[in-house]
Design a protein around this ligand. Structure first.
Ligand SMILES: NC(=O)C1=CN([C@@H]2O[C@H](COP(=O)(O)OP(=O)(O)OC[C@H]3O[C@@H](n4cnc5c(N)ncnc54)[C@H](O)[C@@H]3O)[C@@H](O)[C@H]2O)C=CC1
Ligand SMILES: CC(C)CC(=O)C(=O)O
Ligand SMILES: [Mg+2]
Length: 355
């Protein structure tokens, strides 16, 4: 049966990198993949055209698709929007609306890029970490939130870091299940020493492991220590389970271990059979947008994750990943990787291995 992919290119470098992922998807369609590709406005461009970053129609389309491939949203043009109408608020609403609570962020160091990392080759060669980040709860979503003016004239900004048992359990189940197909190890990161929500996280993850996944080796690590351990000895980690905020920061840090933030894809998934949301972990990169120099690898690798987790084509996912690896082995490099290739030339280099 023909599957459907909704593309949401978004802002900044989003349209530039998703254009290359689209070329890859179109090549696979030429080769027999049964896939319909649609596209909709999302983020800042949707604010400009429709007055809001995520219209009800776009959310309906996303939920009716098998997979959504998002570019990136945000930029200085929309900095004066009311907070709840910013491009980034649209992304939070999309994640929440699709109920994609588990964000898989693989940090894989391709052999050809071991010298592109800011760490020494020996520390990153063969690196293969899978972050499982909680995506629809925690401090990005907790209530109350806002900025208020106090009686004495000071202003007070409030966000609430909050988790419930079920929110912790469902993402932890995803991490444990994925760990069974890897090394059977999970390290869970929180700040249980200073945050009650972190203590609850630790207790619930441990209880779930004891009750349902006794075969998994679970350890707990405070998130600040993990930030340090990731640059000291990143290969000690296999699956990392963490919350929305710490997962956001720790996975960007891991991006540099692999050579560039422009290499890291992600998959946001929910309950079995529901559509997934796929996106690079990077943002809209206003500093390089419009110049055609962004690295499209993370977007192409996000398409591969969509093929694996939502489009029923794991063999094509592996084929796309192998094509990216072959392009890198052949010397293909955008500026972030120390090269001079344009975004489109990098796309060409990947397509050359998908003949
Ligand atoms: N998922 C999303 O849509 C996200 C959106 N954002 C938004 O993006 C905007 C910019 O945020 P920043 O903090 O600058 O983070 P960013 O991830 O956009 O950029 C950080 C740095 O990495 C570089 N970079 C990122 N992706 C790259 C790529 N594919 N190729 C080469 N270089 C790349 C950028 O040029 C920049 O120097 C903000 O409005 C932010 O809110 C940030 C993160 C995620
Ligand atoms: C809502 C996003 C802009 C947050 C973020 O940086 C991310 O999810 O990686
Ligand atoms: Mg981020």
């Amino acid at each position: 049966m023909t599957k459907t992919l909704l593309m949401l290119p978004g802002d900044g470098i989003g349209p530039e990198v998703t254009a290359q992922a689209r070329r890859v998807a179109e090549r696979l369609i030429e080769q027999g993949l049964a896939l319909d590709i649609g596209e909709a406005r999302f983020g800042g461009v949707a604010i400009d055209a429709d007055g809001m970053p995520l219209t009800a129609d776009t959310l309906t389309l996303a939920k009716a698709s098998d997979a959504v491939l998002m570019g990136a949203v945000g930029g200085p043009q929309w900095a004066d929007q009311p907070y709840g109408n910013r491009p980034e608020a649209g992304l939070l609403a999309l994640r929440s609306g699709m109920n994609v609570y588990a964000n898989l962020r693989p940090a894989l160091c391709f052999a050809a890029l071991a010298d592109a990392s800011s760490l020494k080759r020996a520390l990153v060669e063969g690196l293969d970490i899978l972050f499982v980040r909680e995506l629809t709860g925690g401090v990005y979503f907790g209530e109350p939130r806002g900025i208020e003016t106090l009686p004495d004239g000071q202003r007070r900004g409030v966000n609430t870091h909050v988790y419930t048992t079920s929110e912790i359990q469902r993402v932890a189940r995803t991490a444990f299940a994925l760990a069974r197909g890897r090394k059977g190890e999970v390290v869970s990161a929180e700040k249980s020493n200073v945050m009650e929500a972190g203590l609850l996280w630790r207790e619930e993850v441990q209880a779930l492991r004891d009750a349902e996944y006794p075969d998994i080796r679970l350890t707990h690590m405070l998130a600040d220590n993990m930030a340090m351990q990731l640059v000291k000895n990143p290969k000690q980690f296999d699956v990392i389970l963490t919350d929305n905020l710490f997962g956001d920061m720790l996975s960007d840090e891991a991006g540099m271990l692999t050579g560039s933030l422009g290499m890291l894809p992600s998959a946001a998934i929910g309950d079995a059979g529901m559509p997934g949301l796929y996106e690079p972990i990077h943002g809209s990169a206003p500093d390089i947008a419009g110049r055609g120099v962004a690295n499209p690898s993370a977007s192409i690798l996000s398409l591969a994750m969509a093929l694996r987790y939502s489009l029923g084509a794991p063999e094509l996912a592996a084929k796309v990943e192998a094509a990216v690896e072959a392009a890198l082995d052949g010397g293909a490099r955008t500026a972030d990787l120390g090269g001079t290739m344009t975004t489109a030339a990098m796309g060409d280099a990947v397509l050359a291995h998908l003949a």
